[in-house]
Design a protein around this ligand. Structure first.
Ligand SMILES: NC(=O)c1ccc[n+]([C@@H]2O[C@H](COP(=O)([O-])OP(=O)(O)OC[C@H]3O[C@@H](n4cnc5c(N)ncnc54)[C@H](OP(=O)(O)O)[C@@H]3O)[C@@H](O)[C@H]2O)c1
Length: 319
């Protein structure tokens, strides 16, 4: 990627897209193209084709898509499937048609089977049943992963790059208690409990499941690294994680400390825990020379600071 290459960041208002835009700008890239959803609805094939025809981007980071937590996934599976498949399908096809040099697509760790051996390796894809609540989203993401592979194979190119980040967190995340991912929901819960002077806070499950989280700016760095090292990549997907996991209990303790909540943390064991562990094996990508640099405490401090400074926006996004 040259500093003046035309780089389209799809989904620049989101968690990953905003981190990508920030990193690209700070690395001196000047040709960044972004469009809001109102300006360009990526589920519309004609809008996407017109955009690629007019803008002729050289590189694309496809960080646009519909994401959400357990409740949203369970309530709107058809919307999750339709939105994500349409966006991928339209953008992949236009990228091929208008000769994009490289495109980075993002899968998700929920593409791996519910009973996946740990650590989860790239070759575990499609080796078992996936978790029911995120089935539609996971199938859409699997379609994208296979899509990248298929376009590369059929058109004898290495244009399409498929990365599978584990759960991300950071500034510009969604802090809605129903729609958000676990870390942003925890930050908001602890913050509100502190402000309301609550003596205790009750969290779902036993707190024992272990999860891996990665700061959005580390995924942005990994994505830029992948673009620059596309020649070294094989025609397959790559896991992107930190290699370190924490129990939900440990994460709750860290967040309560950062937020400054000193009440009791109770666990509602009538609520489901989900898989006991979800840790990616990212060695294939790490062996190419990339490494994550943000530890969880630092990343969560930055995220909480952003939440405090943008509490109105965070609530508006949530609505
Ligand atoms: N968050 C995670 O933990 C995680 C983990 C693994 C993979 N991923 C994948 O990484 C990508 C980025 O995730 P994220 O968490 O950054 O998502 P996000 O914060 O929800 O942002 C999604 C972005 O996509 C845009 N968008 C949604 N529908 C669109 C449409 N029809 N047309 C144009 N733009 C549209 C949104 O625009 P608006 O602002 O207008 O809504 C927003 O900018 C997604 O593909 C996701 O599946 C995420």
């Amino acid at each position: 990627m040259l500093k003046d290459s035309r780089i389209y960041v799809a989904g620049h208002t989101g968690l990953l897209g905003s981190a990508l835009t920030k990193k690209l700008k700070s690395n001196g890239y000047t040709g960044i193209i972004s469009k809001t959803r109102n300006e360009l609805d990526l589920t519309s094939q004609s809008e996407v084709n017109d955009f690629f025809k007019n803008e002729q981007p050289d590189y694309v980071f496809l960080a646009a898509g519909l994401t959400g937590g357990i409740i949203a996934n369970r309530t709107y599976p058809a919307t999750f499937l339709h939105t994500n498949v349409s966006i991928q399908d339209n953008v992949f096809d236009a990228a091929k048609k208008y000769n994009v040099k490289h495109l980075v697509f993002y899968g998700s760790s929920c593409v791996y089977p519910i009973n996946c051996p740990q650590l989860m390796k790239e070759e575990h894809l499609m080796t078992g049943m996936i978790e029911e609540t995120s089935e539609a989203y996971a199938i859409a993401k699997t379609t994208g992963i296979i899509g990248c592979k298929s376009y590369n194979y059929q058109f004898n190119t290495n244009c399409f790059i498929s990365l599978i980040p584990n759960s991300m967190y950071g500034p510009n995340d969604n802090f809605d208690l129903e729609k958000s991912h676990v870390l942003s929901a925890l930050i908001r819960k602890f913050h509100e409990a502190k402000m309301e002077g609550k003596e205790s806070i009750t969290l779902w499950g036993s707190g024992n499941p272990r999860r891996e989280f990665i700061f959005c700016e580390d995924v942005a760095e990994a994505s830029i690294f992948a673009m620059k090292n596309a020649e070294k990549l094989q025609n397959t997907h790559y896991n992107i994680g930190t290699g370190v996991d924490y129990s939900i209990k440990e994460l709750a303790m860290i967040i309560s400390r950062i937020v400054g909540y000193s009440g009791e943390i109770k666990w509602d064991r009538t609520k489901p825990d989900g898989a006991p562990r979800k840790l990616l094996d990212s060695s294939k990508f790490l062996n190419l020379g990339w490494k994550p640099y943000t530890n969880i405490e630092d990343g969560l401090k930055v995220t909480y600071e952003w939440y405090l400074n943008n509490i109105t926006i965070a609530k508006e996004i949530a609505c």
